[in-house]
Write a protein that binds this ligand. Structure first.
Ligand SMILES: [Zn+2]
Length: 305
């Protein structure tokens, strides 16, 4: 038997078939073309789902999981108006797809889906209290406790990227000031570097410059790492995890990032009396985590039934 997962992003739709062992098969990627609005995007999503159903046979598919950008409500299956999907205000995506296919359909926040994947098949296997953080153009998070990804009352659990770490800091896309995402994401690194260098630089270029010993680039990274460290200390004090998994493009900076974060956690005075260090490890599934986690949702639901 198989499940189908769809990772719906602002720039691309990645759809795949997953078997019960977590092996991803027959992936297919299409551009989202988000500017065309929800109807056109859902049509393209359905194209990819149809192709997967043709390949493995509809009778062999137990369900469909969708990972989509927040805000969304996994309880009602509604997409609530993500900034990178224009026009998606109150779209009942889960019910629309269920009506078309007659299969169980599950909707989950994309970072939560990636957290599910890392917990089940990647760096978080065996963890009882795992926090997953993705640091890329934005910052997202998911918390998996006793094998279940937490969703919260409205579906907004562990929106780590919108934890305020500097009340006077840069304005976030969400409207608040000094969210972690606004001061420590890849986008924030690029913005701070452009200000420091007077020309446009990507986060990747900043990391390269820093590696070659450029002081200005290093300062930009240090600022981002400083805020990530504050975020991580707050996360540890709130969720008391046994493992923190970090994914996303910025995590590819690797050792310098992880060293800075370990140092920040080490200087968390409050935790000292607990005498237990929290390991921080890189995610293992890379850019496929979202589609794998989305496709894992029908399997999880089946186990819990
Ligand atoms: Zn925010």
């Amino acid at each position: 038997m198989y499940s189908i997962g769809v990772d719906l992003g602002g720039t691309k739709i990645l759809t795949g078939v997953l078997d019960e062992q977590g092996t991803l098969q027959h992936t297919l990627e299409l551009p989202t073309m988000a500017a065309d609005g929800p109807d056109a995007v859902i049509r393209r999503m359905r194209d990819t789902i149809d192709r997967m159903l043709d390949r493995v046979g509809r009778a062999n598919v137990i369900g469909i999981g969708i990972g989509a950008p927040g805000p969304l409500n996994p309880h009602t299956g509604m997409v609530l108006g993500p900034p990178n999907l224009p026009g998606w205000d109150q779209i009942p995506l889960r019910d629309e797809l269920h009506e078309v296919y007659g299969l169980p359909v599950y909707l989950e926040n994309d970072a939560n889906a990636a957290a599910v994947a890392e917990h089940r098949f990647g760096a978080g296997q065996g963890s009882l209290q795992m926090v997953y953080i993705t640091v890329s153009t934005g910052i997202g998070g998911g918390v998996v406790i006793d094998g279940q990804v937490r969703q919260g009352a409205a579906g907004g659990f562990a929106e780590i990227g919108h934890m305020i770490v500097d009340p006077d800091g840069a304005r976030c896309n969400c409207g608040n000031r000094g969210c972690l995402e606004a001061v420590a994401s890849g986008t924030a690194i690029a913005r701070m570097a452009s200000e420091a260098f007077g020309r446009a630089l990507t986060a990747e270029q900043v990391a390269e410059l820093a590696m070659r010993g450029d002081n200005k680039a290093q300062q930009v990274l240090d600022t981002a790492f400083y805020y990530l460290g504050i975020g991580l200390v707050n996360i540890v004090n709130l969720y008391d995890p046994d493992l923190i998994v970090i994914g996303g493009g910025v995590a590819r900076i690797g050792q310098p990032l992880f060293a800075a974060l370990l140092q920040a956690l080490g200087s968390n005075y409050f935790r000292r009396s607990y005498g237990m260090d929290v390991p921080i490890v890189p995610a293992q599934l890379g850019a496929k985590a979202g589609v794998i986690g989305a496709a894992a949702l029908p399997w999880l639901a089946r186990e819990q039934a």
